[in-house]
Design a protein around this ligand. Structure first.
Ligand code: 5RP
Length: 232
């Protein structure tokens, strides 16, 4: 699949997901290129249909885009509840275990998701996999002592790589932390790995989102397809 085809599937999933949002809702808005299509469509509905909802965003990038469309964005602590959060993902398997954080927003994404009544992911079909892990697993790490965290990961053969920007400087998250990507190729025991990562001092959060999502909208060449998580 080339990028244009992939973008078309992302856009179709984003437009389908935008239908979930109705006036009066508080909605979590994720981060990434698929979510950009979602927010474009929500912006269109605000203008053309008078849609009126409140958003809680998972990154400053999404906040800027949404506010550009006149969507009201509030701080997560001002929201007494979030009806639904719609976000992208990097991989998802049949057990609804996924990897997120390709856009370095995993910490805010997990906080917003954890505080949402429902979670919906929008992905193109290439992201639905048998076993997660081919996509490098992002881990958000405090800069102080990050080198030692990386050495610990190396000793465990997690194949860590500090994420750098185009200038060769460490990428900083919205919380000013680093991202370390683990090139694991496959993750057979995601719950054990999640436990190990979160127990590593210096790790703030990891990109394993295990059985959190309720519904996945998959951009498919035959039209968006829905996967419902029966175990939630
Ligand atoms: C950002 C994320 C994104 O949702 C994920 O990387 C998918 O991005 P895209 O829609 O651009 O493929 O987790 O931290």
């Amino acid at each position: 699949m080339d990028k244009a085809q992939q973008d078309a599937l992302k856009k179709a999933a984003g437009i389908e997901a935008a239908k979930i949002i109705t006036s009066g809702m508080t909605a979590g808005l994720g981060t990434g290129s698929t979510v950009r299509f979602l927010v474009d469509e929500l912006g269109r509905r605000v203008k053309d249909e008078g849609l009126n909802f409140t958003g809680v965003t998972t990154s400053r990038r999404t906040q800027e885009q949404a506010e550009g469309y006149g969507i009201t964005i509030i701080d997560i602590d001002q929201a007494d509840h979030i009806d639904v959060t719609i976000d992208g993902a990097d991989e998802v398997d049949k057990n609804f275990n996924g990897i997120k954080g390709g856009g370095a927003a995993l910490l805010w994404e997990k906080i917003v998701a954890t505080n949402s009544d429902k979670i919906v992911w929008i992905v193109d079909e290439s992201k639905v996999v048998d076993t997660i892990g081919r996509f490098p697993l992002p881990v958000e790490v405090i800069p102080f002592g990050a080198g030692h965290v990386i050495k610990r990961f190396e000793a465990k053969n997690y194949k860590p790589v500090l994420r750098l920007d185009a200038q060769g400087k460490p990428v900083r998250t919205d919380e000013n932390n680093y991202v370390v990507d683990l090139h694991l190729e496959r993750i057979d025991h995601p719950y054990d790995l999640a436990q190990d990562l979160i127990n590593t001092v210096g790790v703030v959060e990891h990109g394993l989102f295990l059985n959190m999502v309720d519904t996945v909208i998959v951009g498919d060449p035959n039209g968006p397809r829905i996967m419902h998580n029966a175990n939630k």
